[in-house]
Structures are given as C-alpha cells and as structure tokens.
Design a binder for this molecule. Structure first.
Ligand code: GDP
Ligand code: MG
Length: 410
C-alpha cells in the first residue's frame, strides 16, 4: 500500500467511489491510509455496531438483500486477476477507530452469562445440600443438559461430581465451588491450543506468506461480523490485516465488510459483481495480501448450506485456490451459540467438508447456554478460539477457559 501525492489520491478516491456507487467495473480495494490504526481520543471508537458507523459506504444496503441467483459458471482463477484499485486517505477513513485491546474482554462474559441462566448457582445450591438425594442428582443432571453441555460431557461431569462430593463429605459452599470449578475446567480442556495462527508463514518457495484464515459457517451465524471484529482485534495487536469479501452472493455482504475495514483502516478486496466466483475473490485477496506484505488475510465466505455437495465444492475450491498463494493457516467455523443442537448438526457438516481448526461461538450474550462451548468442542475435537459477546465492534473475546468457568460459577 504505497503512498502517493494526496491530491492524486483524492482524485482516485472519488473515481473509485464513483465506480463503486455506479456499480460498474473492477475489483476495488478499499484501503485506509495505512495499516496501523491512528491514535484517537479514548472512547471515540466503540460507538455502536458496524451498521451504525458513519462511513459513507454504509448505505444500509445490507438490509435490502434479496436472494441473488449466483451464476454457477466458475471464473477461471488462473486468469489474470481483475484490476485492483487502491484507495488511500479516503474521507471516511479520516476518523480511524482504535479498537479495544483483547485483554479483559472475557470479563464481560460473566455478566452476560449471569443474565442467560444460572447454571452455576443452581449447581452450587444443589451440591451444597447436606445429603444430596437421588432426586437432587437428577436435577443436577437436568441442569447440565439444559445448559447445552451435551450428553457425554454431562455423564462425565456427573461421575466426577458424585465421586468428589462423596469423598469430600462437605457442604461447605466454597469447597463445593472449587470442585465444580475444577471439574468444569477439565471439561472445557485448558490444554487445547487456542492461539490464532496470525503470523506470516514461509512457504515452500522460501517467501513469506500472510497467514490466511477462512471464515466459514451457515448464514446469519455472524461470519462477516466476526471477520470485522477479528480484524479489529488484530489491529489492536499491531498486525497488518487485509480482508477478502468472498461472500459474493450478496453485494451487501461486501459492503458490510468494507465498512468494518474502513473503520480501522484495513483494506478490503472485493468484487462488485454479485455472483462472482468466491474462490477468485479469495485468491485476489490473498495475492493482494502477499504483495502488500500483510501479516494476516481474513477471508469471509458465504454460508450456503443447501446441500453438502454444493458446500463441499465451494469451500473446497476456495481452499485449493487460496493455497496457490499461501497455505491456509486456519479455517474458523462460526456457530451461533443460541441454536443449540441445531448448531451442532451444522458443525458436523462443515467439519466433514473442511478441516476446521477453530470455532467461534457467537451470540453468547443472548439466550445462549454457556454449555454449548463444551459440547461443540467435544463434538469437533477442535478448540473454541473466540466468543462473540454482542453486536458491538469489540464484542469478540479470545476464549479463555478459566475466565469462562469463572463466569459460569461466579
Ligand atoms: N448479539 C450478538 N449478535 C451477533 C454476534 N455476532 C454477530 N451478531 C449479529 O448476527 C447477525 C448476522 O451477522 P452476520 O455477520 O451478517 O452473519 P453472516 O451471515 O454469518 O455473515 C448480525 O445482526 C450481527 O450483528 C454476537 O456475538 N452477539
Ligand atoms: Mg456474511
């Protein structure tokens, strides 16, 4: 992302904006001035969700999404990529936001889980009864199942609790709380590696490649939002990020992503043509990321789950095509925590189609039961890496097992 004279840049901006608004032409790269956030007075960010942002491209078109029939014809991704135009110093980038640091975000889970059902307090109440009757144990089991922990993990936890409570022979709430905390932590598995692969990798050719992260999942789970939030998290850690809008089935999806990018000066590679080949856009994004020397490319995808074969074709192709530019570092599966067992079925389908390396559980702020964290990890055997805690731009937290268990048991 080079710097040219600002007058020239301004002309370019308006040209690019005009092209986009008219809806013609090439792939546009919406870039902020630089890839590093500029300092702003505290509190100037975080003023609301992406959709309430002030960026001029946030035209609200994302509410006007009709079903767009995607042409199935594949773009030849070996063809020269469409012209990528760079825009610097855009008017809307004048007020770059400074995302909140990652540390401490998990704390918010506590109040939010407290609102969404008192798993911890119910368990504590039952477990600190003097003589726990069989009916009490049944209630404990029911509480765990209702919290979406899943049958297998519930069985394990029941066995462990029965044994330990008996051995301990105490009703002291503090001691019971400690047991519960320990056993829940075991269930969440603190040893899983939850770090995001967000550092450039050296490819077979000896060249550095950006870490490439694909975001997959069913429509409405929060993929685009999570790409935006994740970009902010990475910006907060001084990473150079680039976004690829490979959900080409709704123009609004790319607009939505562009808005997220603009707010923190992160460039977005998109196609302005509905139904463009998602793999081609993903390819262009990773290529642009390589050329710009960014650390991470985040690729948003569409969430069509009409049938497994179609999904497999699409995601498989994106992954293959992207791999020509850079090895895929992560495939993050985005799941809506409020969908419970239904979400689990989606998870299984995606896991069969792509090698999922991490899970993002969104909407844990809502009516979601925290136990779904345990269930989904168990089911897929991959760690929950992030949790979505709201619609605000910084409502995404790196998942921390201890913080989570504390939130459940506090
Ligand atoms: N409450 C809440 N809403 C979320 C969260 N993540 C995403 N959403 C909302 O879910 C809706 C769908 O998100 P979107 O990113 O467009 O989903 P996509 O279709 O998977 O790309 C939007 O209204 C988001 O604001 C979250 O963690 N909590
Ligand atoms: Mg989307």
């Amino acid at each position: 992302m080079g710097h040219t004279e600002s007058v020239l840049e301004d002309i370019w901006i308006y040209l690019v904006l005009a092209v986009v608004v008219i809806g013609g032409g090439a792939v546009a790269l919406f870039a902020g001035r630089g890839r590093k956030p500029r300092d702003l007075p505290p509190g100037s960010g975080d003023s609301g969700g992406a959709r309430s942002g002030t960026a001029t491209l946030d035209t609200g078109t994302d509410t006007a999404a009709g079903p767009v029939a995607p042409p199935e014809a594949d773009t030849d991704t070996t063809a020269p990529p469409p012209a990528v135009e760079q825009e610097s110093d855009a008017p809307q980038a004048a007020a770059l936001e400074r995302p909140e640091p990652a540390a401490g975000r998990m704390v918010r889970l506590r109040e939010r889980l407290a609102r969404s059902g008192a798993l911890g307090s119910t368990l504590l109440r039952l477990l600190s009864r003097g003589d726990i009757s069989e009916a009490d144990w049944e209630e404990i089991e029911e509480t765990l199942l209702l919290a979406d922990i899943g049958a297998g993990p519930t069985d394990e936890l029941m066995t462990a609790l029965r044994t330990r409570v008996k051995v301990l022979g105490t009703t002291d709430p503090e001691q019971v709380r400690d047991i519960l905390r320990e056993e829940l932590l075991t269930l969440v598995d603190p040893d899983m590696d939850r770090r995001l692969a967000a550092s450039p990798v050296v490819g077979d050719d000896g060249e550095p490649h950006p870490a490439t992260i694909l975001m997959v999942g069913v429509n409405g789970t929060g993929k685009t939002t999570t790409v935006g939030k994740l970009a902010r998290l990475l910006v907060a850690e001084d990473r150079d990020v680039l976004l690829g809008a490979a959900d080409t089935f709704r123009a609004a999806a790319a607009d939505q992503l562009a808005t997220w990018g603009e707010r923190v000066g992160v460039p977005v590679v998109r196609s302005d043509r509905d139904g463009a080949d998602p793999a081609a856009v993903a390819f262009d994004a990773v290529k642009a990321g390589r050329e710009a020397g960014v650390d991470v490319v985040l690729v948003d995808t569409a969430g069509r789950l009409q049938n497994k074969a179609g999904l497999m074709d699409e995601l498989g192709k994106i992954k293959r095509v992207v791999a020509r530019q850079a090895p895929v570092s992560e495939v993050l599966l985005v799941l809506d925590a409020t969908t419970g067992q239904n979400g689990m079925r989606q998870a299984q389908v995606f896991a069969e189609v792509v090698d999922v390396t991490g899970i993002v559980l969104t909407k844990l702020d809502g009516t979601a039961k925290g136990g779904i964290v345990v269930a989904v990890q168990r089911e897929l055997g991959v760690p929950v890496k992030f949790v979505g805690l709201g619609e605000g731009p910084d409502d995404l937290a790196p998942f921390d097992p201890k913080g989570f268990v504390d939130a459940l048991v506090s």
